[in-house]
Design a protein around this ligand. Structure first.
Ligand code: RB5
Length: 144
C-alpha cells in the first residue's frame, strides 16, 4: 500500500505525527509537504497528492489543513479521486466501504491528534464493500 501525504501550514504538525504513525506500521508513504508552519496555500499540496493518487492505482492520499475542507474540495476536482472530509471514525469507515474513497482529509484545528490517527488507521484498513449497488454508484460519480 502506498500513501501520499500533503498538508498546509495548519496541518503540518499533524501530518508529521501521521508520518510517524505510518512508519511504525511499516506503511510506505511519500510526503509532498509542506515542511514547516510557514503560511502557504493548501491547494498546492492537495493537488500534488490528488495527482499522485490519480496516477498510482490502489494508492491512498492523506491530506491535512486547518479544517479538512479546502484540501478535500481541491482533491475532489480530480477525476477518479474521491476525498472524504473525515470528522468521525464512522465517516472514515463508510467512505471506504460505500464510496471507495481514496483520499482522507483531516482538520488539524478541529480534530484531536488521537482521533485523527484513528481515522487514518480505519480509512487505510477498511476495504471497499464491492457490493453491486455500491460499485455501480461509485462508477456513476465519474460518468456524464
Ligand atoms: C488556513 O488558515 C486554513 O484556511 C486552511 O488550513 C484550511 O482550513 C482551509 O480549508
Amino acid at each position: 500500500m502506498k500513501v501520499f501525504l500533503g498538508a498546509d501550514h495548519a496541518g503540518y504538525k499533524l501530518k508529521e505525527k501521521i508520518k510517524k504513525f505510518l512508519a511504525k506500521k511499516s506503511t510506505q508513504f511519500e510526503d509532498f509537504g509542506t515542511n514547516s508552519e510557514e503560511s502557504c496555500d493548501y491547494p498546492d499540496f492537495a493537488k500534488k497528492v490528488a495527482k499522485a493518487v490519480q496516477k498510482n492505482k490502489g494508492s491512498f492520499g492523506v491530506l491535512v489543513c486547518g479544517t479538512g475542507t479546502g484540501t478535500a474540495i481541491t482533491a475532489n476536482r480530480f477525476k477518479g479521486v474521491r476525498a472524504v472530509q473525515a470528522t468521525t471514525n464512522y465517516l472514515a469507515q463508510m467512505a471506504r466501504e460505500h464510496n471507495n474513497a481514496n483520499v482522507i482529509s483531516l482538520g488539524a484545528r478541529v480534530t484531536p491528534e488521537k482521533d485523527a490517527l484513528k481515522f487514518v488507521e480505519t480509512f487505510l484498513k477498511t476495504p471497499f464493500s464491492n457490493e453491486e449497488r455500491h460499485a455501480q454508484r461509485v462508477k456513476k460519480i465519474d460518468s456524464k
